[in-house]
Design a protein around this ligand. Structure first.
Ligand code: ADP
Ligand code: MG
Length: 403
């Protein structure tokens, strides 16, 4: 555990004691993620290659016998009071009704209880009573998956405390269901898989159809490399934005091509597909099909000794061009982040996350990181955009008990 996470865990514990007047039973943590490559491929049953970042959500949790879930957050977004939910009402088949009375942020926590209850035989332990303080260093709405970090931290904590015995793979689906059906955001399994299944020094190669995953070495530090995250501060909203529209365009494309999912279309099939599909649907399909291939190519590269950073960078940049030109989920700030990073010496760069803002990543030589950061900040100032946050990340561990 590094110094920053030790401090965060201690702060979360202390806040818990102040808020609830008792010591928590423990602190559990789950990271945000960067998706190295493979964007919007998850719900098309394709491939993704995320890694966990050092920024993470922590939850301090105490089991009680009050029958109530009490949740308080440390960040401003959560307000100052504790939110209370009756667990008998929440952990029930129609428990989704409880979401209506909750502030948005608390739904990510309550949703996990509801979703765990869909799995449990006798959900008594889930209804016992819990006090939770949520604390997170994952920037919100920056495309780094602050939402899944919360769900997964709560998921591993309650799984332990209630003795539910779910595997990481099971928790992926449980947390995804919370986000899809309780919060109402139609996201795939990428975020939860990265948060729950990642390992330090590795990326997670995930086949979203079979849900099989394996870690792939991503030895950046050893190769003298870093990944810079460029948080453009342009906010996005999965719940209301274009994410759902893109998702249905992909479904339409798959239907018209007569395949179960776009995963089943190969790059070699694209020419024929172009003749069959309306122009915009074809563009969306083309991104997904070529992106799946870029993920496979990236895994091949990383599997070889001493991977070639220029080749990986080329795949990242091609992924960005595909989103900008074909998928339509980029934005001017994102294109500027990518272009200015590459002009300043990055091996490659791309938007990461669902799109319409959020963060870009750039693969850089360690010694070039400052120059790239300065160039991006300067380009944003010259264009009149708000200053981006630029920081470097290395592949970090997945969700676990921390204290
Ligand atoms: P992303 O997952 O890309 O960061 P989302 O829109 O999926 O963006 O999730 C962001 C939401 O998660 C916020 O609007 C808020 O409801 C919740 N959230 C994230 N971090 C925190 C936090 N530290 N405290 C309270 N709520 C949070
Ligand atoms: Mg999210």
């Amino acid at each position: 555990m590094n110094e920053a996470s030790r401090r965060q865990a201690a702060g979360t514990q202390q806040h818990f004691a102040e808020r609830f007047g008792a010591h928590p039973d423990g602190v559990w943590t789950a990271p945000g993620r960067v998706n190295l490559i493979g964007e919007h491929t998850d719900y098309n049953e394709g491939f993704v290659l995320p890694f966990a970042i050092p920024h993470h959500a922590s939850v301090a949790v105490r089991r009680t016998d009050t029958g109530t879930l009490r949740v308080a957050g440390r960040q401003d977004v959560a307000g100052h009071g504790a939110v209370e939910v009756d667990l008998a009402r929440l952990v029930a088949e129609d428990g989704r009704g409880a979401a209506a009375g909750l502030p948005g942020w608390a739904r990510y926590v309550a949703g996990v209880f509801w979703s765990l209850g869909r799995e449990a035989g006798e959900p008594g332990d889930l209804r016992a009573g819990y006090e939770i303080v949520l604390d997170s260093s994952v920037p919100i709405g920056a495309g780094l998956s602050s939402s899944a970090a919360i769900e997964c931290a709560v998921g591993v904590a309650v799984n332990d405390l209630a003795g539910l015995g779910h595997t990481g793979e099971e928790l992926v689906l449980i947390c995804q269901r919370a986000e899809n059906e309780f919060v109402g955001a139609p996201t795939g399994i990428l975020d939860q898989s990265a948060s729950l299944l990642s390992e330090a020094g590795h990326a997670l190669f995930l086949d979203c159809r079979s849900r099989q995953s394996r870690v792939v070495p991503l030895a950046l530090a050893e190769a003298g490399l870093e990944i810079l995250v460029i948080d453009t501060k342009v906010s996005h909203a999965h719940e209301s934005g274009g994410y759902g529209q893109l998702r249905s365009a992909c479904e339409t494309g798959a239907q018209m091509l007569g395949v179960a999912a776009l995963r089943d279309v190969a790059v070699a099939d694209l020419m024929a597909a172009e003749a069959e599909l309306p122009g915009q649907i074809f563009s969306r399909v083309k991104h997904i099909v070529t992106e799946n291939q870029r993920v496979l190519d990236s895994v091949d590269l990383l599997g070889s000794d001493g991977f070639d950073p220029a080749a990986l960078g080329g795949l990242l940049t091609a992924s960005h061009a595909s989103m900008r030109d074909d998928f339509g989920n980029s934005c001017p700030e994102m294109d500027l982040a990518v272009d200015s990073a590459i002009a300043a010496g990055a091996f490659g760069a791309r938007m990461t996350g669902g799109g319409f803002g959020g963060s870009a990543i750039a693969l850089v030589k360690k010694g070039d990181a400052d120059a790239v950061r300065d160039a991006v900040v300067r380009a944003f100032a010259e264009a009149g955009h708000a200053a981006p946050d630029v920081f470097s990340v290395l592949p970090s561990p997945g969700a676990r008990r921390q204290a």
